[in-house]
Design a protein around this ligand. Structure first.
Ligand SMILES: Cc1cc2nc3c(=O)[nH]c(=O)nc-3n(C[C@H](O)[C@H](O)[C@H](O)COP(=O)(O)OP(=O)(O)OC[C@H]3O[C@@H](n4cnc5c(N)ncnc54)[C@H](O)[C@@H]3O)c2cc1C
Length: 285
């Protein structure tokens, strides 16, 4: 299918990219990997007058690993994450989740900035960054700001970004070496968007009890969710069969997904409980 007509710009600095977006009064769009935007153009879901291609902005391709956490530049691709051996230690939950994203060709071009800006409710990365309480750094005409992941996602394909703002990086808090974690997803085919997925992590105190439990879900609401009720079930307890069963039923009880063309709401409600159970079993193992 042919794309609608548009102007094309390929700036060499972020400030130039922001100026181009600002000068088009909401009619310009950023082009990153193009894996979501190009289909949207083909289907006329988006018809921008200008595409601002970020491919020459090498400063957005950086993966930073430091004591204060992991930083992913907006143009970091799925493939870059999977191929960076440091990340398997610095943020294993991120790597595990990205292993479920799409297929080889899409991973070769799709970017983390594109994923968060696109805000698909079934996408893995938004779920991980909400679960981990990450921050999203953005730059626009009015300057730079940092948005909590939980405040960034406003609904399907809707975010807190202004039309002249570019996502510059995602900042994940530090990951202690002995932290327990799991990610479980159910999709119709390997690489498809999740029908439901759960991300979990917790730390252990000296006696084997869990604390600092974080549980997130995707595919069961308009945006990724943190299931704080489930976290309350886990904190202060050993993660044994009984705790896992309680967490799974609390997860199902805490969501109310709508029916859509992919699955019924009741099915997803059951499924998220199963995903939380699997993610917790993986964390224990
Ligand atoms: C067949 C198929 C299967 C897929 N499966 C999955 C999956 O299982 N899980 C998953 O998470 N994703 C999946 N995707 C989506 C894929 O991961 C995309 O790459 C990703 O969602 C968007 O990244 P992109 O770099 O391609 O962004 P683009 O398509 O270039 O842009 C997407 C949107 O984000 C905006 N944007 C991009 N970068 C920025 C930025 N830095 N600042 C501000 N706005 C920006 C664009 O203007 C556009 O609105 C799939 C895609 C396809 C085609």
């Amino acid at each position: 299918m042919k794309l609608p007509p548009f102007e094309y710009a390929c700036p060499t600095s972020i400030s130039e990219a922001v100026a181009l977006l600002a000068s088009h009064d909401g009619e310009a769009k950023v082009l990153a990997g193009g894996q979501s935007l190009v289909p949207m153009l083909a289907f006329r879901v988006a018809q921008p007058s200008l595409l601002v291609d970020l491919r020459k902005l090498s400063e957005l391709r950086r993966i930073g690993i430091a004591d204060d956490g992991v930083t992913l530049g907006a143009m970091v691709r799925w493939r870059d994450i999977l191929e960076d051996a440091r990340l398997a230690i610095a943020h294993p939950l991120l790597v595990e989740a990205v292993g479920h994203v799409a297929h080889y060709q899409i991973r070769n071009r799709g970017t983390v900035g594109g994923s968060v800006a696109h805000a698909d409710p079934a996408a893995e990365l938004p779920g991980v960054i909400v679960t981990c309480e990450a921050k999203i750094a953005v730059l626009g005409k009015a300057g730079a700001r940092v948005i909590e992941a939980a405040d960034f996602f406003r609904g399907p394909l809707t975010t807190a970004l202004a039309t002249d703002e570019i996502v510059t990086e995602i900042r994940l808090p530090p990951w202690p070496p002995r932290r327990r974690f799991g990610f479980a997803e159910f999709a119709r085919r390997r690489g498809d968007f999740a029908l439901a997925a759960a991300a979990v992590f917790y730390d252990e105190d000296g006696g084997g009890g869990a604390h600092n439990a974080h549980v997130g879900a995707v595919g069961v609401a308009d945006s990724p969710l943190r299931l704080t009720g489930v976290e309350g079930v886990l904190n202060g307890h050993s993660i044994d069969d009984a705790a896992i069963a309680m967490a799974a039923s609390a997860a199902s009880a805490s969501v109310d997904p709508a029916d859509d063309i992919h699955a019924g709401g009741a099915f997803r409600k059951t499924l998220i409980g199963v995903m939380v159970e699997r993610a917790l079993r993986s964390a224990v193992a």
